[in-house]
Design a protein around this ligand. Structure first.
Ligand SMILES: NC(=O)c1ccc[n+]([C@@H]2O[C@H](COP(=O)([O-])OP(=O)(O)OC[C@H]3O[C@@H](n4cnc5c(N)ncnc54)[C@H](OP(=O)(O)O)[C@@H]3O)[C@@H](O)[C@H]2O)c1
Length: 313
């Protein structure tokens, strides 16, 4: 199987380039080789490479900046995935694409007014530009008729790049007290888990000789949208406390005692893009196609932090 991987410099793309090894010929490209704001370049790369599968973690991910660059964000997140999918369909390839919890408005509640997790059947209603562009990308892929897996992930962190984990470790080494938002709920998700689980799905469902039918039939059996997050729910504040509990124990990533983490509300931390308060995604549908339990956010955090060598790159 020939796999074209976009965005190899991103948190998820970097891990994917490693996790996909062994599944076939991996052609990993960065922004200079396949710029998602250049639709002709996208078409040329796909026509030249002729992959069997395109894995697309590349995206415009600057959630706040997207509010002032809506056209560029829409081109990269909303239009380009549709072009990729159209090209894939022409050559009989499938696409694995990543989307976001931010396609929802965060208002889903149960009978007692409590937050309940979103399922894949819930109707999206994004409240910021980034979410709107990512939803447009999902819809363009579906409209193309290309075999697809759309994997909605959330609160992605990694040992490199720009993310909440690295921000907390940096601030934790600088300050004695931190104030962190405590009324947005979601699932922090490690890019290493995303990549390993994607590779596992490809191996078991699309490549394995145990899977029935040809590749198109195998894809058809799992085609669709999946919530793709570590299990369990926590606030940003709870996540920060989880990080410091682990990092402090580790004693290497945090050079001083852990800071005291105080909770604040979303209203106390104004940012350009509105965030959903409820970002909880149910993993029930994903669990049905995986042979192993979905790792919890705290298990994945421990595994990520244990990779100390990765922090020293
Ligand atoms: N990060 C999160 O918290 C989060 C949450 C929910 C969903 N997601 C989704 O998960 C996927 C992976 O996100 P991530 O966290 O790995 O993002 P990331 O670390 O910000 O990486 C984004 C990647 O996209 C590339 N890229 C940006 N603009 C591009 C363009 N015009 N052409 C080609 N490549 C371009 C970046 O290249 P450069 O290195 O050159 O900039 C980078 O490789 C995305 O679909 C994202 O929407 C992320």
């Amino acid at each position: 199987m020939k796999i074209l991987l976009t965005g190899k410099t991103g948190q998820v793309g970097y891990e994917l380039e490693r996790s996909l090894q062994g599944l076939g010929e991996i052609i990993a490209v960065d922004r200079t080789q396949m710029d998602l704001s250049n639709l002709d370049q996208i078409r040329n790369v796909i026509r030249t490479v002729k992959p069997d599968l395109i894995v697309n973690p590349a995206a415009y991910t600057a959630v706040d900046k997207a509010e002032s660059e809506p056209e560029l964000a829409m081109l990269i997140n909303g239009i380009a995935p549709g072009v990729i999918a159209e090209e894939a369909k022409k050559i009989g390839a499938g696409i694995i694409h990543y989307s976001t919890d931010y396609v929802f408005d965060g208002g889903k509640r149960g009978a007692q007014g409590e937050f309940v997790p979103y399922t894949e059947e819930d109707v999206p209603n994004p409240i910021n530009v980034y979410g709107k562009t990512k939803l447009a990308g999902e819809q363009a892929i579906i409209a193309s008729g290309c075999p697809h897996l759309i994997l909605r992930t959330s609160w992605v962190y990694s040992t490199y790049g720009k993310n909440f984990l690295l921000t907390m470790l940096r601030l934790g080494n600088e300050r004695d007290e931190l104030k962190i938002v405590d009324d947005q709920w979601g699932s922090p998700t490690w890019s290493g888990w995303i990549a390993d689980t994607t590779a596992q799905l490809i191996k078991e469902k699309l490549v394995s000789s145990d899977a029935a039918g040809d590749r198109a039939e195998r894809f058809a059996a799992i085609n669709g949208i999946y919530n793709f997050v570590n299990s369990g729910y926590v606030t940003w504040c709870g996540f920060a406390r989880g990080i410091f509990a682990n990092a402090a124990l580790d004693g290497r990533l945090l050079k001083k005692s852990a800071p005291i983490v105080y909770s604040i509300s979303t209203l106390d931390y104004p940012v350009p893009a509105e965030r959903p308060l409820n970002s909880e995604l149910s993993t029930q549908k994903l669990q049905m196609i995986l042979n192993v339990p979905v790792s919890s956010w705290s298990e994945s955090l421990q595994e990520c932090l244990a990779r100390e060598s990765a922090f020293n790159k």
